[in-house]
Structures are given as C-alpha cells and as structure tokens.
Design a protein around this ligand. Sequence first.
Ligand code: HEC
Length: 133
Amino acid sequence: MIWKSGLAALALAALASTAIAQSQEVTLNGLTGDADAGAEIYATDCRGCHAVSIAPTLRGVINRPIASVVAFPGYSDALKAKSPETWTDANLDAFLSGPQAFAPKTLMVKVVPDAQQRADLIAYLASLPPPRS
Ligand code: HEC
C-alpha cells in the first residue's frame, strides 16, 4: 500500500514537472529557450543588480508594462518613456540585444549579444514566480 501511494506521488510529480517545463517554453527567432541555461546566465550576468535595489525585480516581468515596478524608484526617463509598451518576449529580446538602441540613455547597460542566450534568459524569466508582495 505504502509503495503504491509512493508510486502515485512519483507519477504526479512527473506530471507536474512536465507541466512546468511546458509553461517555461519560449521560442524566439526560431530558437527554443532553456530556462535552466537561462538561470545560469542570470546568476552571473543579472542577479548582481536585479536581486538588489539597484535594479527593478524581474519576477513577473513577462507582459508587465515597461518601467512599472512601484517599489523601484530609480527608473530613467528613457525607460519611463517606453512605459505604454509591455515586456513582450520580442521587446525583451530587443532590449537585451541592445538596451541603448531600444531605450536611448537607459541605465541598463548589460548587453546579451547571443540570441540563444537571450532566449534562455527569457525562458528563465518566464519561469519565475510573481514578485513578493
Ligand atoms: C549593472 C547593473 C545591471 C545589470 C548587471 C543588469 N541590469 Fe537590468 N536593469 C538595471 C537597471 C538600473 C535598470 C533600470 C533601467 C532604466 O530605468 O533605464 C534595469 C532594467 C531592466 C529591465 C526592465 C525592467 C522593468 O521593470 O521595466 C529588464 C527586463 C532588465 N533590466 C533585464 C536584465 C537582464 C536579463 C540582465 C542580465 C542579462 C540585466 N538586466 C542585467 C541594471 C542592471
């Protein structure tokens, strides 16, 4: 009996992780983003600013209006000028490939020139939980 419910739990866990993996799938420019690879890039290239108050939280960033984190007072006028738009996958891709081209004079200086890395990062951002309230 115990092993049977253990198996059922395993099957459920497998189902759940499949569902999560699917919800993280992002396809951009014909490239499929890998959230795990994106997590590693985030840890080295983004977290230093975005996990602290130097930069806005990226939790829930997908489809969020640009420059809209109320708890972050430091947005540039450059990014605020883009605020009628939202962070679609395509906008994130454009911003990360050239922040200064997307929003001239933005304070975001990090460039991710590699399209696969951008797809991976966006898949990772899509997998994040909503911001802590
Ligand atoms: C040196 C610090 C720094 C690093 C490193 C950095 N960022 Fe940023 N990021 C910022 C700042 C500051 C802003 C606000 C920019 C503005 O207002 O012009 C920002 C804004 C953003 C925004 C817009 C958020 C919003 O609420 O509109 C996104 C998306 C973003 N960064 C993604 C990333 C990603 C992905 C990485 C890693 C590849 C990264 N950033 C690395 C400092 C950083």
